[in-house]
Design a protein around this ligand. Sequence first.
Ligand SMILES: Nc1ncnc2c1ncn2[C@@H]1O[C@H](COP(=O)(O)OP(=O)(O)OP(=O)(O)O)[C@@H](O)[C@H]1O
Length: 870
Amino acid sequence: MAKNTYNKSGNNGNSYRKEKEPEEKKSTPKRRGNNRWERMTAAFSDPRMKLSLGLLLLFLSFFLSIAFISYLFTGKADQSMVGSVNETPIREAGAETENWLGVTGAFLAHWLIYKWFGIAAFLLIPILFLGGYKIVFKRELFPIGRMTQFSLFTAIWLSSLLGYLVLTTQQQEWLGFLSGGIGYELASFSHDLLGWGTLLLIAFALVVFIIYFFNVTTIRSFNVKINETIREIEEAGKEEVHIPEVPVVVPSQWNSIPTNNDPDLAKFAVAVDKVEKIAVEKPEVEPVGQSMHFETNLTTPKRDIPRKPTTEVAFSIEQPNIADIPLTTGSPIKTEIPFKIEDSLPITENIPVLPFDKDALPPDLPNYDPTLDLAHYQYPSLDLLDEQPIEKAHVSVEELEANKDKIVETLGHYGIGIASIKATIGPTVTLYEIIPEAGIRISKIKSLEDDIALSLAALGIRIIAPIPGKGTIGIEVPNKKREMVSIKSVMLSPAFQKSDKDLPVVMGKTISNEVFVTDLSKMPHLLMAGATGQGKSVGLNVVLASLIYKKHPSELKFVLVDPKKVELTLFNKIERHFLAKLPGDEDAIITDTKKVVHTLNSLCVEMDLRYDLLRDAECRNLKEYNTKFVTRRLNPEKGHRFLPYIVLVVDELADLMMTAGKEVEQPIARLAQLARAIGIHLVVATQRPSVNVITGIIKANFPARLSFKVTSKIDSRTILDTGGADQLVGQGDMLLMMGSEIIRLQCPFVKTEEVERICDFVGGQRGYPNAYQLPEFEGDDSGGKEEIDLANRDSMFEEAARIIVQHQQGSTSLLQRRLKLGYNRAGRLIDQLEAAGIVGPFEGSKAREVLISDEYSLEQLLNKMNDDRK
Ligand SMILES: Nc1ncnc2c1ncn2[C@@H]1O[C@H](COP(=O)(O)OP(=O)(O)OP(=O)(O)O)[C@@H](O)[C@H]1O
């Protein structure tokens, strides 16, 4: 890895050295000769002089080229003239000379070729040309130093070789120009000493020159050099894009996204558009949260070099520390990459660094099918339910007329005139809708409710004044002979059969004999009340049966709480299909109050886990999340899983509230408040709808409330915020309040044997190996905490501390997920963190308070702990 160095002297070099003291500062006296030398160098540094010198060298190179070429043809003829040039007047000599460049051309060629280097003298020409070109055009066509070395060696070496040729052929007169005088003399001298060994010497000289010239150190690298040279030539048409050392800051929040094969390998991409991808192997990486550096060269064909910074560079980084980075969905990291192509391109603006989507799973995978684990599961059929004799509610014309007359008469006693009256016969009651004469106040009619009931001599008169959305006044009068609404009859209805609701529940029949199907996921929780024997247990069975009929075991789990210990035991049989329980518990149906508290808190933990998953997946609710999971857009290796709905059924809240009070109230309220989005729904029943059971906080979080007959108006108000439930006629006659609307319904009847048959049918099929496991909940009742020895800290203590502080959330489940730990170890870690003062004490279902606010303070604390241990 190249490191940026700097030069204290302030120049741009990469080396650091002391600058020499300026000569002037030395106190030695100046000599006169120095002045002349300075004037000369000053004259040569004059740009005009430089240009003239450069042109002179270029001129000489052309001059010699012509003179030398001419010499090859005229050299012989001019030889005698050159030999007698001192004795012959210059004009005469000029007239005799045949060289194209006159006496000077002939003279220079004769000396340089014939006398000195032979034809190797031609190698002087490129030296002169390159020197002149460099001075004139301020550009180097070829490294002039290397060219000079090459030319001088070759001139001597070639003339020696040719000299040896001339010598051994004894053709000096004819061939002497090939070797020149120097070559011939060297060859003669060597021949006298070595004989034909001269050739070996010449060959050896060539090898030594190559070694030095190409910087060869071994024979293998010699080959490599040649290959490199070949490659250099091949790459001559390419230009190099250099991306200098770039700091890429990995925020502490960002995730490592380990690969399947190599958990230590994290990948990042630098998007610069187009060009090609390049992988950088193992650049140095500093710890996460700080910066890492990489440097790379992009080689790309010249024509593809973008004028704008449009390159994509992908590089992989080995990060030994990255396995412990908390996994979160990372947003792109931005960094600045100065991007240069030989000064010709502008430096780029911000180039985003994007994480590779490793979340993306192979696109050709089919959708995930949650039902495949129990692919042969058979939904229960309606044949399991009893055929009920069709006993329609029978209200005779006489009964209708008599009731009508009584209503008109009773109201008449109180001065209320009736404009019109009509009757609708329901399964349990008949609704008389009346339109009073003009000027009658509705509140007056409502206040006469009891008097009218007395006059009609029947129980269960309910006055609805006015009927919402109709503007009429309703008087519900129980039928003398009521209709039994069988569960089979309502389940057979298209409203239930064709329902596409997420959690469809058939609630019963309305006053106008319509089957009423509701969606529990929309309710999203249901509070049920009713005096004993009025149909609550039947109602709960109807809810459970509806869901079992419509959902696959992979989509729905029940948590059943039955303090009465008898009502829900039938559902034990479907434990491995539809029930959820705490790990290690034998019974799936919870009857013990202490276990109820644990289970409720465990559901709160499950809720928190689910919220984390939804947040990671950037989904707003369970449906979106599951859709994303099914379509393979969530990676199971990151903890994502298909999330079934969980329906918590509590039969008899009153018992629990009496024995556990707040311990039960808090988690129920918390679940009711928050659990709707993550698919946990509550159905809570009580026979005592008093304010100490249905507390304000519980009531406020259950917008959907259902009441069977209750014993008093006060109870009715407690559950429904209005009277009316006390006027019901029992046996499944009920009022359902959803928001501000109250509907009277007849709950369907399901016998215990029918429920048993359904459970036998489901339970008789192959199920999951176990009930659905709820997360373990760490209660504060698990006996006194053992003394925590911080000297023997868990090996993951520091990582756990960092995660907790980074997220500012002291939760065991967070550690479980981030560190992939079992509950017990994560729990121990939390205890140690508490002992170390990093998190606060246990706070029920809420996450513990984090006492360290930032990572810096944490590191200080950790360092201190490490020092103490030493
Ligand atoms: N929907 C219904 N249709 C007809 N009869 C019903 C209906 N619901 C309940 N009954 C009758 O009322 C009886 C008592 O019902 P259920 O056991 O559901 O009452 P409960 O409210 O659960 O009482 P407890 O609180 O004592 O358990 C049933 O045995 C049945 O005869």
